[in-house]
Design a protein around this ligand. Structure first.
Ligand SMILES: [Fe+2]
Ligand SMILES: [Fe+2]
Length: 461
């Protein structure tokens, strides 16, 4: 049964004041894109603002007991038809305390993320399967529609897939997961980059300042077009490009792609062809000459700055490459390095980000903007992950900002019998023992399940 719909502006105000909502009914826009999953507990403004941007003025609620609107104290808010409302003390949710409530929310997000991830996996499996079977054909419209749905989810949630374990069991699995991860990371970065640049370009247009004083100065000025701001539908095509960036790999023999040992120069030449030759052939066969796709597929391994020796193909100057291609390359490197493969362990996320930053910083102004967006969006310590402190304690991340963690072992790694108080690590100086030990990998709760106290244990894993 559907309860009254509630005006989006009222909901924004309630959440702004620390309240939360769960609709129990999926919210779609006019094009049928899912804007809000019915089970999500909304306690940040981002999803509501996203819904409002899509022209939705009110949201319906299910009459299910688990759904509704709560104020900052957990009191239930009841709405009348005329929009007036009253607060009823201590109704649902939850009887859960602060930390348990947060853990529950993280687990809900993880559950929905897993569903979305599996949906995306079916999509990429089908694309690659169709290409193999037909010698190159696949249904772009279907992929585009699935990726639009995914992008809507990735846009409202911060790093939703960083919860998921990156253990890769087979090459096929690697390619599926890698396609989704590059799309997820790339979407976050392109959104952040676009926001920064919208503000930047608008400032310059409004003040009519010369672009000479801008990041487009000197040699980069001619490539200004390559860094323009993107519209919503352009972003959706860009993200579909991220999703499909490696499609050319289906035409490289499995023996080469899966080779556990060192590959020969001839084999490496064959692998390189997945981008500028095989990938482009597949796009041509499907009559897809959308530049967002062709540029990404062709140039996602190209050098990113003048003088970078590695990279292919070389028929475009680095400053002519669109920003989204550079974003795809960084996301590709990040995912490849932080994934576990048959021939290598996963590298620590922090070290990978630091390496990427060192390799690409200060090469040119645009790369600097892209790198900042990258570091900002990557979400090293997603809520729900497990980190080690320098004193040997392990902590569960409650909020990625800070991060805010709850230590759950002693310095010897033994589970604490009492609940500890959350620690905001940003309050400690960089040389403090209560900082994260970056030499040790960030783990998922599943990996350290036995050590977790019951109130932090994933319920559905
Ligand atoms: Fe590639
Ligand atoms: Fe790739």
């Amino acid at each position: 049964m559907v309860k009254n719909a509630v005006a989006i502006d009222i909901l924004i105000k309630i959440v702004e004041e620390g309240g939360k909502i769960t609709t129990g009914i999926d919210v779609y826009n006019e094009q049928g894109i899912l804007l809000l999953d019915k089970n999500v507990i909304v306690n940040t403004l981002k999803p509501l603002e996203f819904i409002k941007e899509n022209g939705i003025t009110s949201i319906p609620f299910s009459s299910d007991n688990n759904c509704g609107v709560w104020d900052a104290n957990g009191n239930s808010i009841i709405f009348d038809k005329d929009g007036s409302f009253e607060t009823i003390e201590s109704q649902k949710p939850p009887v859960l305390g602060g930390i348990e409530k947060r853990v529950f929310e993280i687990q809900e997000l993880k559950r929905i993320s897993t569903e979305k991830y599996n949906g995306a996996k079916d999509t990429i499996k089908k694309v690659l399967g169709d290409i193999k079977e037909t010698g190159g054909n696949f249904d772009y419209d279907e992929v585009y529609s699935d990726v639009r749905d995914l992008v809507a989810f990735l846009t409202i949630e911060d790093n939703p897939f960083s919860y998921l374990t990156k253990e890769i069991f087979s090459y096929d699995d690697y390619l599926y997961n890698h396609s989704i991860n590059v799309c997820a990371i790339g979407t976050a970065v392109v959104n952040s980059f676009n926001t920064t640049f919208s503000a930047f370009i608008n400032t310059h247009l409004n003040t009519k300042q010369e672009l000479d004083s801008s990041p487009f100065s000197n040699t980069e000025k001619k490539s200004e077009e390559a860094y323009k701001c993107f519209q919503k539908d352009e972003i959706e095509h860009i993200c579909t490009g991220f999703f499909l960036h490696d499609i050319g790999k289906v035409m490289v023999k499995d023996e080469i792609l899966n080779k556990p040992g060192k590959i020969t120069p001839a084999e490496f030449d064959e692998i390189k062809r997945h981008s500028y030759e095989y990938g482009i052939k597949i796009l041509e066969k499907n009559k897809l000459n959308n530049p967002f796709l062709t540029n990404t597929v062709k140039y996602h391994h190209a050098p990113l700055f003048k003088g970078q020796e590695k990279g292919y193909p070389l028929d475009k100057e680095p400053n002519e490459l669109p920003a989204y291609v550079k974003i795809c390359k960084l996301s590709d490197i990040y995912d490849a390095m932080t994934s576990k493969r048959c021939y290598k362990e996963a590298f620590n996320q922090i070290n990978v980000v630091t390496d990427i930053f060192r390799s690409y910083a200060k090469k040119d102004n645009i790369m600097q903007y892209i790198l900042h967006s990258f570091v900002k969006s990557i979400g090293i310590y997603p809520a729900g992950s497990i980190v080690y402190l320098r004193n040997g304690q392990m902590g569960y991340v409650l909020e990625s900002a800070g991060p805010l963690i709850i230590p759950f072992t002693d310095t010897q790694g033994k589970t604490l019998s009492d609940n500890s108080n959350p620690l905001d690590l940003s309050e400690y100086k960089s040389d403090n023992i209560l900082k994260i030990d970056n030499r040790r990998s960030i783990k998922t709760p599943r990996e350290v399940y036995d050590l977790l106290p019951s109130y932090l244990k994933p319920k559905t894993d």
